[in-house]
Design a protein around this ligand. Structure first.
Ligand code: SF4
Length: 334
């Protein structure tokens, strides 16, 4: 089983809402058995809880609920322009979980949902069938950890295991699993890419609350490499922080001394950016958030640090990486 350290503890959710039809479902039962102290509440539809009006994001954050549901809507989406597509055709994503156990200040999810409550869609078989349908059109590159950190939740949901069991031998399918966790187990397959987001400890402490520190993430990276898994390192988002150059220089040096970059499949570099559509809700949900209230520049509906500054930051990180690795492995978001 793939697991992420600093993942869900048994007491993470005091209440679990379950759609009535899913009581007794195998995945539901597995999750409930891992939360023996949680109060179970049956509901007709997950949106009765997740999308109800007048929710108080900050209040709920201290006492998040888990909601188990069946996704009867769309299951696979085309990749957003905000995402690095690694030159892949049919770049798509899917969301078998909505919201995340971590709480990064810059997370776009704060701009999408009015609640930090987490929805787990337990109907994996429907997702698999949707993939099969899509694969009839050609190869599919699918990000499965998009609206969440799926690996960090794997100990509870087992969904990462289901995806990797399915994808590992499926011709035409490549899945990317993005994580900030520090997993112990990996599947070695050309169809699975483990994408680790790495940040300097200064950024982790300031903006990536509850995530494992850099050392723990690097240990996870090395375990993945030792297991023969495909590893991607994501230096994205790069955050504008005090002493930027010295912090990022030290950070890249630390990564390069801990990890054999020759054994990494590729790397991505990108400055923090967010869709302008999300910022209003992000500010409402994070009234004291420095990231939310930064005076960003708007370029074509994308908020960022401004073209010149963002390019300088990206160039700096890329050049530092090039001191230890070939440029051809590095994908740059622009
Ligand atoms: S780990 Fe990713 S999905 Fe989770 S809160 Fe942080 S940015 Fe959002």
């Amino acid at each position: 089983m793939q697991d992420g350290s600093k993942t869900c503890s048994r007491n993470d959710f005091a209440r679990v809402y379950i759609e009535k039809d899913l009581l007794g479902d195998a995945v539901t039962e597995r999750i409930v058995s891992r939360l023996p102290h949680a109060k179970i509440i049956a509901v007709s539809h997950y949106k009765d809880v997740f999308a109800r009006s007048r929710q108080q994001y900050d209040v709920q954050k201290a006492n998040r609920c888990l909601i188990l549901a069946r996704n009867t809507g769309r299951l696979i989406y085309d990749g957003a322009p905000m995402c690095q597509d690694f030159d892949m055709e049919n770049f798509s994503y899917t969301n078998s979980v909505m919201n995340c156990i971590y709480d990064c200040d810059y997370c776009f999810l704060k701009g999408v949902y009015d609640t930090p409550n987490i929805v787990v869609f337990v109907n994996f078989e429907d997702y698999r069938l949707a993939c099969e349908e899509k694969l009839k059109q050609g190869p599919l590159y699918l990000c499965i950890s998009y609206d969440t950190d799926l690996m960090a939740l794997n100990g509870l949901t087992g969904l990462c295991d289901k995806w990797t069991d399915y994808a590992k031998d499926r011709e035409g399918l490549t899945v990317e699993i993005r994580t900030k966790s520090s997993p112990r187990d990996f599947v070695s397959s050309e169809h699975i890419i483990y994408a680790f987001t790495l940040s300097p400890d200064e950024v982790i402490e300031k903006y990536e609350k509850y995530t494992p520190g850099l050392n723990a993430r690097l240990e996870g990276v090395n375990r993945a490499i030792d297991a023969g898994a495909n590893v991607r390192l994501c230096f994205d988002p790069i955050m504008r922080i005090e002493n930027f150059e010295s912090v990022y220089k030290t950070f890249i040096g630390r990564v390069a001394s801990a990890v054999d970059l020759n054994k990494v499949r590729d790397m991505s570099v990108g400055p923090f950016r967010i869709s302008a559509d999300y910022i209003k809700r992000m500010r409402k949900n994070g009234p004291m958030s420095e990231v939310a209230w930064y005076p960003y520049e708007n370029e074509g509906g994308v908020l960022g640090y401004g073209k010149e500054r963002a390019e300088d930051m990206t160039r700096f990180v890329t050049e530092e990486l090039c001191r230890y690795s070939g440029r051809e492995k590095i994908f740059i978001w622009n």
